[in-house]
Design a protein around this ligand. Structure first.
Ligand code: P6P
Length: 282
């Protein structure tokens, strides 16, 4: 799996160049989940596909930007699912964005997820890698090379509340729960970029990221295979909890379709247990 992480670090530098130098306009296409595609999305997708398709370890590639599975090597060990540039629509505001990678050994599901990684394209480029059963490791790109920065460990309780989704479409009990955290002094830290928003909670020691079901997104907005499951694995490995609105571990969800979505809650233990109490979940 280390060769996959090394390749992610290599492609991160190419994607960073694309973000800085390329056109931010839209193409005429939409992706598999109906999002209008930016030229950035397509360019980053091509970079990742080219980097991995000849790797004999790769059985198949599944991209958020493509409808179909890309079969690579019949005897390959891993299926790699990825979101090439999550949050690409906020690049034009010069906000941090990210790429997310999920490494499955077998049919993609929470049980077969054996590794995860994400890249944060911010004031610095950072990569976090995780081999299941180990601690997440944070790397920073400094002076022309990635340097190991530290292992990531969430505290018991944090102070960040990253509350996603259209507030006008939140259900009443969600409004009460979120506002209760703010009333207790939590700080709103939500950019609309899943990767920096979740990364911030991980590296600042704790808090809550929530993207609930809403009237306009009844299944939530975030995609299970390439967004939700990799972060669920990373949050649990960092000592946190990752569940859906019924309190089910996200890593135990069944995946009905490669582009299926789910409501999701990621956080340190105190915030998730408070969520369960207020949602009346055992
Ligand atoms: P909203 C970006 O488009 C994205 O998929 C995630 O990166 C982010 O967490 C979410 O959408 C933001 O959605 O509805 O809060 O703007």
């Amino acid at each position: 799996m280390q060769t996959i992480f090394d390749t992610i670090k290599e492609v991160s530098l190419k994607i960073d160049e694309i973000i800085i130098n390329e056109d931010l306009g839209y193409v005429d296409e939409t992706n598999a989940t109906g999002d209008q595609q930016l030229k950035l999305d397509v360019a980053c997708d091509i970079i990742i596909e080219k980097a991995f398709r000849d790797n004999p370890e790769i059985k198949a590639l599944i991209s958020e930007e493509k409808e179909d599975v890309m079969e690579c090597h019949e005897d390959g060990k891993y299926t790699l699912c990825y979101d090439p540039l999550d949050g690409s629509s906020i690049v034009d505001a010069n906000l941090a964005v990210g790429a997310i990678f999920a490494i499955y050994e077998g049919e993609p599901s929470g049980d077969t997820l054996v590794g995860a990684s994400y890249v944060v394209f911010g004031p610095r480029i950072e990569v976090v890698t995780l081999v299941r059963g180990e601690k997440p490791i944070r790397y920073r790109y400094i002076n022309g090379a990635y340097q190991l920065f530290h292992e990531i460990q969430l505290g018991e309780k944090g102070h960040i509340n990253a509350s996603g989704g259209s507030q006008k479409h939140w259900q009443d009990h969600h409004i009460k729960f979120i506002h209760g955290l703010f009333a207790d002094g939590y700080r709103l830290r939500y950019s609309g970029g899943m990767v920096p928003d979740l990364h911030q909670i991980l590296v600042k020691g704790g808090g809550l990221f929530s993207y609930p079901s809403t009237a306009d997104n009844p299944n939530g907005k975030l995609r299970i295979l390439f967004e939700v499951l990799p972060f669920a694995l990373i949050y649990e490995a960092a000592g946190g909890i990752a569940i859906d609105e019924k309190g089910r571990r996200l890593l135990e969800l069944t995946v009905s379709h490669p582009h299926a979505r789910t409501p999701c809650f990621f956080g340190s233990r105190y915030e998730i247990n408070r969520f369960k109490d207020e949602y009346g979940i055992e």
